[in-house]
Design a binder for this molecule. Structure first.
Ligand SMILES: [Zn+2]
Length: 316
């Protein structure tokens, strides 16, 4: 709920406001026909396991209805800008380096003025580099891998100069296409660092049509979650505690995945690049949740289960 992608026009604001009222009364129903059409291609065969750690972050209490369309209970839910570290025998990498030091000036200032107040996280928000240093040696990181290229998933890179970036080719094409980046604070985060583009060149996995096996051993597999942005991916990780699917912003909260509820029109209309495709990806996640623990990046309570014991106490 913190990454609208362009300056909304008055018409768009009115349409979103009307959509929010309509959605609150009659949320968009699940597409049962589409749901029935989905097939399960199964899990990868994993030959190794990885360790997944959620870095410490401070939650923000937000109205549930502002996140999950038509949902009023519980009245509020916890939202946060969490980053993750995945340790594989061959590499250690950070997922969604979300928040830089002095984000107000270095990232949020690049957003359209009308949106800055709405997306500004609380002052207590922990910069990625601070949370990282509490658990890891930043020099031990081999690369960063964002689920997508919105500012609140990459701007932490500003404090990790030179760290190579793995980015889905579709996402790279999208942010490179226009003279003005689709979101503020993105291009500065990405420039002057090695870029490794990858394509989803692998077979269907679970209910997802394309994949990319990051290490070739089935332990970390990237999945197509297009919609929120054109190149959004989910990260399916084989951990000692079972399969986990980091879902980025394909959903903002697990309630959406469980009930197939799209994001509320405001601010969802400004955050999702393709609202219909995002809804389809949500259906895929809904079925995949039976085989993997689905963790939306901003769902604070979902991320807590992967926090260290010390952070679980501090973050809750
Ligand atoms: Zn996003």
């Amino acid at each position: 709920m913190s990454d609208p992608v362009h300056t909304p026009t008055l018409f768009e604001c009115c349409a979103a406001a009307i959509g929010s009222v309509r959605g609150a009364v009659r949320p968009r129903p699940a597409d049962q026909r589409f749901l029935r059409s989905l097939t399960d291609a199964g899990l990868p065969t994993a030959r190794r396991t990885v360790t997944l750690t959620a870095l410490a972050q401070v939650p923000r209490s937000v109205p549930t209805a502002a996140v999950v369309e038509g949902r009023f209970t519980p009245r509020r839910i916890a939202n946060s800008l969490t980053s993750f570290v995945i340790q594989h025998p061959e590499a250690t990498f950070i997922v969604d380096p979300s928040y830089c030091v002095d984000a107000d000036h270095r990232a949020i200032a690049q957003l359209p003025a009308v949106l800055r107040g709405a997306v500004r996280p609380p002052v207590e928000t922990i910069p990625t580099i601070t949370a990282l240093k509490a658990e890891f040696d930043p020099a031990a990181l081999d690369f960063a891998l964002p689920t997508h290229a919105h500012w609140d998933h990459v701007c932490g890179l500003l404090d990790l100069p030179g760290l190579p970036l793995h980015l889905h080719g579709d996402e790279h094409d999208w942010i490179s296409r226009d003279a003005i980046a689709p979101v503020g604070g993105v291009r500065d985060s990405l420039k002057d660092r090695p870029l490794v583009r990858y394509d989803l060149d692998g077979p269907p996995i679970l209910t997802f049509t394309r994949s990319h096996d990051l290490f070739g051993d089935g332990s970390v597999v990237l999945l197509d979650l297009a919609g929120h942005t054109p190149g959004s991916v989910g990260i399916l990780a084989h951990t000692s505690r079972g399969w986990v699917l980091l879902a980025g912003d394909a959903a903002w909260h697990s309630l959406q995945v469980e009930e197939i509820r799209q994001k509320s029109s405001y601010p969802g209309n400004f955050a999702d690049a393709d609202r219909d495709l995002t809804f389809k990806s949500l259906h895929r996640l809904h079925l995949a949740r039976h085989f993997a623990t689905v963790v939306p990046t901003h769902d604070h309570d979902a991320t807590l289960q992967f926090a260290t014991q010390r952070d679980q106490i501090r973050m809750s």
